[in-house]
Design a protein around this ligand. Structure first.
Ligand code: ADP
Length: 159
């Protein structure tokens, strides 16, 4: 079974992330979405809350699992019997950082491949931080995040 791990902060999941998950789920037998726990960076949602929001957004997909993880990505891959990291690319600006990460993971374990999927054009401007900004100042986030989590995001920025 070909398992790919899709890592990120997902604070919160956007339609850009969901598009990559959906497309990835057609290419691989299973996608493990991994919410990375960054103790230095406090997000809008806790890692557990982010996992729950992603689970809500992918509830109709039976080959997607959502986990949170702390530590090296290659260790999670081993634990999950996976050799593939799935990533989305929005713009040239993502490229340098993603290349560095892909090369580092491959250096740590030469069996690991990173597979990049191009963003859908309509999502190329979308990021979790821009969604948070828009929601914070009362703008509409319809079409930016999965419909089923819109209320959760709006309620959370108000707190
Ligand atoms: P963000 O930059 O929105 O905070 P993350 O750090 O959670 O996103 O990103 C996780 C992964 O999803 C990365 O591979 C990132 O390039 C990809 N990604 C983020 N937003 C989009 C998008 N709009 N379209 C395609 N891929 C995306």
């Amino acid at each position: 079974m070909k398992v790919a791990v899709y890592p990120g902060s997902f604070d919160p999941i956007t339609n850009g992330h969901l598009d990559i998950i959906k497309r990835g789920a057609k290419v691989f037998d299973k996608i493990v979405v991994a919410v990375l726990i960054n103790i230095d960076k406090k997000g809008l949602f806790t890692p557990d809350e982010r996992v729950k929001l992603i689970e809500k957004a992918v509830c109709d997909m039976d080959n997607v699992e959502v986990v949170s993880f702390n530590g090296l990505l290659i260790d999670l891959l081993k634990e999950r019997n996976s050799r593939v990291v799935l990533k989305g690319l929005r713009a040239v600006s993502d490229f340098e950082y993603e290349m560095q990460m892909a090369l580092m993971n491959n250096k740590l374990d030469s069996e690991i491949e990173t597979v990049f999927m191009m963003t859908a054009a309509e999502n190329s401007f979308l990021s979790s931080s821009s969604v948070k900004q828009v929601a914070k100042f009362g703008g509409s986030i319809e079409g930016l995040v999965p419909d089923c989590i819109i209320e959760d995001v709006i309620n959370q920025v108000k707190r």
